[in-house]
Design a protein around this ligand. Sequence first.
Ligand SMILES: [Zn+2]
Length: 237
Amino acid sequence: MILISAEASMTRERESCLNSVSRMNAKATAWVGSVVSKVSKFQTATQMHEWFGRIDYTTRERVTSVLNMIDNMLGTVKYQLPGPECTPITYGYVYKHGAECCSDGGKVIYLCDLYCKVVEREKLETIIHEGAHHGPAYLDDIQPDPYGRRSCQAMAKDNPDKAIRNADNFCYYVADVVAADTCQYAKDGECDEPTLCSVGTDTTDCNPDSCRWAHDGVCDEPQYCAVGTDTTDCKSR
Ligand SMILES: [Zn+2]
């Protein structure tokens, strides 16, 4: 991966931000890889339902395939900071089908100053979002409301066909799967959010019946729902 700076004399903020891009790219790649592995073990049903509205075979296959494509492109991507078309409200952007870079036509993610100001989790979400736009995944920002957790959750609920093509849905899905059960008291049978751990990190304990088929009298773990999310049905087995 080659880092490109747009200006000969950069501000100190931009320089230190750009210096961390390589590490962020590696971490985003590790996030995506760990989620692919969890999907194959049926461990992301809660988040898959939340961000894509479905957890069937087709959805799992498509999610895995998009994640693998993101993983691939992150291995060869280049970054430029700031991009010439940045605005104060842009985290980053890409030219999806273009071969716009400098010498050899590689794929470029343009980062903006806003990216530098946000916390690490949002930086990684930005990289995954922009990575999803590039080929071979070529995901879109599905109008009219492609951005933000709330609109993406609504999209998953109302229109799963759109959610599976929307870049932001993928970045939140990945971030949430990675954060799930990172609480030090995860899977101890008690919900420790928000007292001992932050929200979204004690997922299994806090959502004992979040499986969409909870309370139907049949244990749906682990095939249809993540282990620990169909607790009532699986206890009375
Ligand atoms: Zn986008």
